[in-house]
Design a protein around this ligand. Sequence first.
Ligand code: GLC
Length: 477
Amino acid sequence: MMTKEIKKQWLQNYKTAPDQLAKMSKINGLISAFNANIDAVIKLSGKDIEKLIHDFKIDQKQILSKNITTINTKEDAFRGLLKCFTKGIAEEWLIEDKEIFQWLQNNLGYDKLQMGGQGGIVANVMAVCGVNNVFVHCASLGEEQASLFLDLPNLVSVDENGTVNKAKNIKRSNDIPLIHWIIEFDKGDKITVDGTAFTCPKSNRFIATYDPLNFILHIDETFASCLSNESINYDYIILSGYQMLQQELSDKTLGTDRIDASIKTLEKWVNSNKNHVLHLEMASTQDVIIRKNLLDNLATKVDSLGFNERELIDILEVISEDDLAKECIENTNSVNLFKGMQKIFEYTNCPRLQLHMFGLYVTLQQKSFKVTPKQNLDGMQLAAVIAAAKAGTGAIDDYETLLWAKDLEVSDVGLNELQALSNLVEADSDIKTLMKTGIVSNDKYDLIAIPTILIDKPKTLVGMGDTISSISLVGAR
Ligand code: GLC
């Protein structure tokens, strides 16, 4: 088929999106746990950064030195920012010193506050898509955090007294704000530090995070016990927030103990309400002990696991697949990544895996899984449409915006990746279905893959993975 014809075919395939969205309002309930935080977004130019360095007499030699990647001094904060600016990459560094946090708060400021953390972002997305009773766990839910939840009656949390209430209206007055600075910079911008000039090669962001509660995967006991009540009804639990854990925590406890504690909470929820799908969003987990533990102890218990290309490679590195991880780094394409997915499939025995990569989403699942391939396909297409709406408009805060991209064509990048994947998995079959239908089945697995819609100049990228994973799964009906 010619590209033009294939694009027409996919436009036709994507026509199910409005119906899929409508089906989401039939869902009884969903828990999104564990991490919500405040994202303080600020755009800085090279000149702005130079001025801050000058005004606050920041030691420029220190900024350029190679040093630890956590923030204990002002110089550390600027070092992280400069590293991302000069390489055009995204990194997240943790602020360990409270005074530095206060200094940033007083002197950096922000352009806007928005919902942050996978758990918070997923909750807002699910609620605007119409899921009834989205229960969102918050380690902290003071006034500022609450104000970032959408003003929707179906988006709820638990207050200090254990009462379920609209999340936006809850004010747990003793809770501290958990702030992640998202510092954005533009491609082509220039900066000079200690006499050396740099040019930013790619627009991206540096995240400086002060979040003492989510760092230790703090679980709000009132919420946990309220949700163990059998009268509370839900069909999905979406988990995230483990990625911030480190094995050695500042209070001398271990990160893996925190994972165990969360599994105990989950067991209570699961036992009180057996009929649900449990999904874990992997996210970028830097600590290798935590990453391995998550794979061995949590990925083996969930029904579904989500990750992007970088997170997939990180997984391969802790399951002794270093050669394949290297191949994936050198050639980050659908063929190598699919080989990686198969290794993770074998290792975890997790029934459903989903990869969201640039231009393509891939779901690999066991034959008996309760969501059919066609349902997955429809969920993934809805996710692609809504993700494009988010990228194209900057925010999906109201129902009307969700289908903004429904008539846009899928990308060439995605089609090329899909073709390469078809060449790999359908090499020996006479009838090839993947390019046209997005589905291939054999006696070992069902594979569902779709080319996605790409927006040229995205207005935002923060929280894209969380949005895609949750809609792909929950919209698969
Ligand atoms: C990371 C950041 C958080 C951001 C999220 C988006 O968790 O810490 O601030 O909102 O990524 O996925």
